[in-house]
Each structure stands twice: as structure tokens, then as C-alpha cells.
Design a protein around this ligand. Structure first.
Ligand SMILES: [Zn+2]
Length: 353
């Protein structure tokens, strides 16, 4: 995310919080519940260059959040329970669902003990190539390439181009630029090719990143055996589905991941998360395919709280990202009030286009 964008969000959150506006707006925008998104949970790293930091929170922050949720007049529920409430129109009490994407080892070590301590249900969305040790965590690989080098060469538009990245500032700018360039590529196949080239050139081993960071099948199975835990599908290869040209490949990515999870864990997943999940990564075609495949729910990373009308859009649900850059309870309070995301969405309740 660009620095400017972050500043705007932070200023917006501060303004809402200190003006108390989020309380005033809550009856308008608070909705019936919210789904929280988390990725990594681990103690802070000391490196100054951490472009992927928004994807992680500390165990201490998570514990404060869980404590707050368990004391609030709000039900922390599983996705099945949330789905049931939508179907039966039971909105007497506001609810929150806790979800983790990708299945990182740090969840097992730092988050799982806390979730058990407070007995809170949660969902883990697993791309099956990650425990298969074939996952390409290209956003992490890019961080490693830039962190370990002071000059990067890559082929752009058929020409070899070089970029200085000796200083922290240059590293941050280069990460944003290459990340943006990769995300702008037409197909996921091209994106992966560029990342593989970069990794080969600068000796970053994609396979060992996957092995070091992601849970094994044994760990996923251990979680799946706990009734507090729901395992959801997240495709096989963590594809940005909107970049996949043909419908049949999108369908296969989703369907295959469900079958692999079912074979490994003995239970057929009924919930799905679209990889990356913003409006440029999943849209109406993906929402339709998920519904056709019979998923009860599918979640995006489009920001927003839930309203009764989402009953008609159960495969295009928004979430609230618990962002590592905003690890203060007051930010989360504002986000969960729905005020900040309502402003983001221009006061539209459903954003499924
Ligand atoms: Zn993911």
C-alpha cells in the first residue's frame, strides 16, 4: 500500500475516533456483524525494511483483541453459525467471525494457544499448495530479494533494467514499484515467471520460504480436529483468480482445492476465501462460480461490515483487515463500527460488482 494511502487511512481513522463520529454513525453503518481477516501473528521483527508488515500483528495485540471480543456484547461465531443466522434472519445479536488466511506456522505457535484460551471459534483458509510445499509466496520472495541486495536487475518490456536499492528508502520505493508492476500484469502466469526469474537470479529459494513459513499437513490436521476450527478453501495455487483468463481454470483451482482438503482432512470445506481478494482479484465471475460450486460463503478482502442484504451475496462478503500498521485497539473499534469502511465504500452497503 502506498505511503500516502496509508496516511489518508490513518488520518481518517484518527478523525473518526477523536470526533466520536464512529459512535454517531454506528446505527447507520454498524451492520449486523463483521468478519475479521488476519495473516501472520508473531513477535515484532527488528528489520527496518518490512513491506509485508501490514500482514502481521503481535501476539500481545491479538490477545487484547480476543479479550475485548470475549467481553463485548457481541457473539464470536463460526462461519457455519454466521451462515445459519443469515438464512434464518436471526440478527438479534451482533456477531464477529475470526479468519486467518494462508495457514502460516506462526498461527500454530502464537495465535492458536490464545484462541484456545478464550475458546473462540475461527477459520483458517488454506491454499493446498502451501502444505504440499509447492506454494510460491511471491510477495515474501520479493521482500527477501530486495532486502538482501543493493541493486536489482530485471527484464522489463524485454529490456534488462537496473534499480538501486541500497538505502531503506530505495528499498521501500522499489518494493512498491515492483509489487505494483507485478499486480498490473495481465496474467498470473506472467507474474509468476517474473518472480521465479528474480528469485533464480538473486538466489532466493521459493520452496524453502514455503517450507519455513507454512504449516504442514500434520499441523493443518491438528487444527481441523478441534471443533473450534473451520478449514476453508483458498484455491490450490493462491491464484489471483481475476487474472485467470478461462472460467474452467478458475473453477478447477477452487474445486480441486476443496477435493484435496476433503481427502486430507476427511471433511468437505463449505467456505472459501479468494486469494488476495480485493476488487482487482475477485469479481462477479468468481462470486458466481463459488455459488455454483455450492459454497455456503466466500469472502473477499474488500473492506466492509455485514448487513442483512448480504444474505443475497453470500459469496461476495467483505471483511475487516486487522492490519499490522494499525495495531491499536482504537483503530479496530472504529473499523468495526463500520464507519471507516462505509466512508471507503461511499456508503454503499453491498460492493459486489
Ligand atoms: Zn491468501
Amino acid at each position: 500500500m502506498a505511503e500516502l494511502n496509508k496516511t489518508i487511512i490513518r488520518t481518517g481513522l484518527e478523525t473518526l475516533y477523536f470526533s466520536g463520529m464512529h459512535h454517531l454513525m454506528r446505527p447507520l453503518v454498524g451492520g449486523v456483524g463483521a468478519i475479521l481477516t488476519l495473516h501472520h501473528v508473531r513477535p515484532p521483527r527488528s528489520d527496518s525494511f518490512q513491506p509485508t508488515r501490514p500482514l502481521e500483528v503481535t501476539p500481545a495485540f491479538l490477545e487484547r483483541l480476543l479479550l475485548r471480543l470475549s467481553r463485548a456484547r457481541i457473539d464470536v461465531v463460526s462461519l457455519d453459525e454466521m451462515h445459519q443466522r443469515f438464512i434464518s434472519g436471526d440478527f438479534k445479536r451482533r456477531f464477529v467471525c475470526i479468519t486467518f488466511d494462508d495457514g502460516y506456522k506462526d498461527l500454530m505457535r502464537w495465535a492458536y494457544p490464545l484462541l484456545k484460551k478464550y475458546q473462540l471459534p475461527f477459520t483458517l483458509y488454506v491454499p493446498t499448495s502451501f502444505p504440499d510445499r509447492l506454494g510460491e509466496l511471491w510477495w515474501v520472495a520479493l521482500e527477501a530479494v530486495i532486502a538482501q541486495n543493493s541493486r536489482i536487475g530485471m527484464i522489463i518490456n524485454g529490456k534488462d533494467q537496473f534499480f538501486e536499492c541500497g538505502t531503506l528508502r530505495e528499498k521501500r520505493e522499489l518494493y512498491d514499484a515492483i509489487y505494483g508492476y507485478l499486480r498490473s500484469m495481465k496474467t498470473e502466469v506472467e507474474l509468476r515467471r517474473v518472480v521465479r526469474d528474480l528469485c533464480a537470479r538473486y538466489r532466493v529459494d521459493l520452496a524453502s520460504l514455503c517450507r519455513d513459513l507454512c504449516m504442514s499437513w500434520e499441523e493443518v490436521a491438528e487444527l481441523a480436529a478441534n471443533p473450534l476450527v473451520t478449514i476453508g478453501a483458498h484455491t490450490v495455487n493462491h491464484m489471483i483468480l481475476k487474472k485467470v483468463p478461462n472460467d474452467s481454470t478458475v473453477r478447477a483451482e477452487i474445486e480441486m482445492s476443496r477435493s484435496v482438503l476433503e481427502a486430507a482432512l476427511g471433511k468437505r470445506p463449505e467456505h472459501l476465501a479468494y486469494p488476495v481478494g480485493d476488487a482487482t482479484s475477485a469479481g462477479p465471475r468468481e462470486f458466481r462460480i463459488a455459488a455454483e460450486l455450492g459454497f455456503k460463503t466466500a469472502v473477499t478482502t474488500r473492506p466492509g461490515v455485514l448487513f442483512k442484504v448480504h444474505r443475497d451475496h453470500m459469496t461476495a462478503l467483505p471483511r475487516i483487515s486487522v492490519n499490522g500498521d494499525f495495531q491499536q485497539q482504537r483503530y479496530l473499534k472504529v473499523l468495526m463500527s463500520g464507519a471507516a469502511t462505509a466512508m471507503w465504500n461511499g456508503f454503499r452497503r453491498v460492493n459486489a460488482a
